[in-house]
Design a protein around this ligand. Structure first.
Ligand code: C6P
Length: 401
């Protein structure tokens, strides 16, 4: 599927066809995205919302069109979409904005499978303000323990923040149940959708989440562009935490506070990643043309195939749910260090990620101090890629007999 649209995938590594299975870290970029960004710089580059010359108007239009595209894609309105540099910046910004209304003793509920980006910002805030952070544990089947979630989410809970899809396990979390639980207790919901947007249909209206964040680079877009979605009623109440050009309606040298712009631009201080937004919008139309449902089905099929093949090897242990994993297969091979596994696979032209995947608390909980080897798939991967991975794994096991 779509192999030819991605120029980088046509190369060889150590004389072997590149088998790129590190898509949860970042996906490759189709030619149309590369062309869209090149075309922007060649024909339209200017700063936005500032100039009244032709290029400035063209660039502003391209940037705001990109915002419209993102909004439509996730079922939001344009004024609910804030461009950031990626999931990590979205979360750090959001934590600081929400933190202004949190007080000592308030509780934040996260899950044991959070990426550091949806963990450390909350922990830092909690340390500063005396907040309590609680974690929803996992079941033995690597899914969230919803019974415990019901106990942990109480009227003291102010925020429930969780990943839609685990980057280490591939687990798809039950968003609707968690949103219902949180809202029933009066808590706000923050969804880390870094591993889900562009992989399955994500509609913020249907999910009824309060905030949702994701990165362009994990869905065929460029690096350095991401999104913070917020329900309009919350964004209207929140104060920005970054200040500078492009976000004020009025400011003077006096001590009085500046007046922020009313639109989501007030959260985008400074010159944003204009070409990145253009590239992300192109990535979205590229994915839509291929069909998000088809992409999801393709990745699910590849995971099922990979799991069934890997399970034939007795020394492999799959670290993830039996079913319902989205494009991610994490595994261990006896006690072989995942870095050794990845190095040998690399010599076979196969790119995987090895280690703790920025989820150290999860790995500690699972007694996997060295982490796992993780293969992650996207629309351009094939069953042949899986076969090569499995052959590579057998090679690793021969080396570590
Ligand atoms: N996970 C991985 O290999 P950034 O780096 O800001 O684009 O995304 C951070 C992030 C947040 N949440 C989840 C669930 C993620 O998977 C990631 C990025 C990559 O798993 C790089 S650590």
């Amino acid at each position: 599927m779509d192999f030819v649209s991605f120029p980088i995938l046509t190369q060889k590594v150590f004389g072997k066809r590149l088998v790129y299975l590190d898509n949860a870290a970042t996906t490759q970029k189709p030619q149309v995205v590369l062309d869209a960004m090149k075309n922007f710089y060649e024909t339209s580059n200017a700063n936005i919302h500032r100039g009244i010359h032709t290029l400035a108007e063209r660039a502003t239009l391209a940037y705001e069109d990109a915002r419209e595209t993102v909004a439509r894609f996730i079922g939001a309105t344009a004024d609910e979409v804030i461009f950031t540099s990626g999931t990590t910046q979205s979360l750090n910004m959001l934590v600081r904005m929400l933190g202004k209304n949190l007080h000592a003793g308030d509780e934040i509920v996260l899950t044991m499978m959070e990426h550091h980006s949806n963990l450390i910002p909350w922990r830092e805030l909690a340390r500063e303000k005396g907040l309590v952070v609680k974690f929803i544990p996992l079941t033995v089947g690597y899914t969230l323990n919803l019974g415990k979630a019901r106990e942990l989410i109480t009227t003291r809970t102010k925020i429930v923040a969780f990943t839609h899809v685990s980057n280490s396990l591939g687990t798809i979390n039950p968003v609707v149940e968690l949103v219902d639980l949180a809202h029933a207790r009066g808590a706000l919901v923050v969804i880390d959708a870094a591993q889900s947007v562009g992989h399955l249909l994500v509609n913020v209206e249907r999910l009824d989440c309060d905030f949702l964040v994701f990165s362009g680079h994990k869905m065929c877009g460029p690096t350095g562009i991401g999104v913070l979605y917020g329900k309009k009623k919350w964004l209207q109440e929140l104060e920005p935490v970054f200040f500078g050009g492009g976000m004020v309606g009025d400011v003077s040298s006096g001590p009085e506070r500046a007046v922020w712009l009313a639109s989501s631009q007030r959260f985008e201080a400074g010159t944003p990643n204009i070409a990145g937004a253009v590239g992300l919008a192109k990535a979205i139309t590229f994915l839509e043309e291929r069909g998000i449902r088809q992409i999801e089905a393709h990745c699910v099929m590849l995971v099922e195939y990979a799991v069934s093949k890997l399970r034939e090897i007795s020394r492999v242990k799959i670290i993830g749910p039996n079913e319902g994993s989205l494009g991610i297969v994490s595994f261990t091979l006896d006690n072989i260090h995942p870095h050794d596994v990845a190095e040998i696979l690399n010599k076979e032209g196969i790119a995987v990620r090895a280690g703790r995947h920025c989820t150290m608390p999860l790995m500690k909980e699972l007694n996997l101090e060295n982490g796992t080897t993780r293969a992650s798939f996207y629309l351009y991967n094939t069953k042949e890629d899986v076969d090569l991975l499995v052959a590579g794994v057998r090679k690793v096991l021969e080396v570590f007999r």
